[in-house]
Design a protein. Structure first.
Length: 114
């Protein structure tokens, strides 16, 4: 199993970023996918979830209305569109899924700063 996140970077408050997670080594279309984040000194939190077919999504209250999770099963990729970014969105962002155990990528760093 390999999950590789990309798309992080430095952005000003109010800006946007689009994260991508390229998956391999498993049947991507069979699994719901998740984006998590972990800020310095804080526990990892679930940001968004999308079902295997992509027809149902869920979001943490802190990002609802600002973030959008999507997936392309033909490309084995899950995305996180992040708009109206705030200082408190600064964190390492990870994609992952559960199959008895949790699988994670190495993450991509998002820094929201003026």
């Amino acid at each position: 199993v390999q999950l590789v996140e990309s798309g992080g970077g430095l952005v000003q408050p109010g800006g946007s970023l689009r994260l991508s997670c390229a998956a391999s080594g498993f049947t991507f279309s069979s699994y719901g996918m998740r984006w998590y984040r972990q800020a310095p000194g804080k526990e990892r939190e679930l940001v968004a979830h999308i079902t295997s077919a992509g027809n149902t999504t869920r979001y943490a209250d802190s990002v609802k209305g600002r973030f959008t999770i999507s997936r392309d099963n033909a490309k084995n990729t899950v995305y996180l569109q992040m708009d109206s970014l705030k200082f408190e969105d600064t964190a390492m962002y990870y994609c992952g899924f559960l199959n008895g155990v949790a699988y994670w990528g190495k993450g991509t760093l998002v820094t929201v700063s003026s």
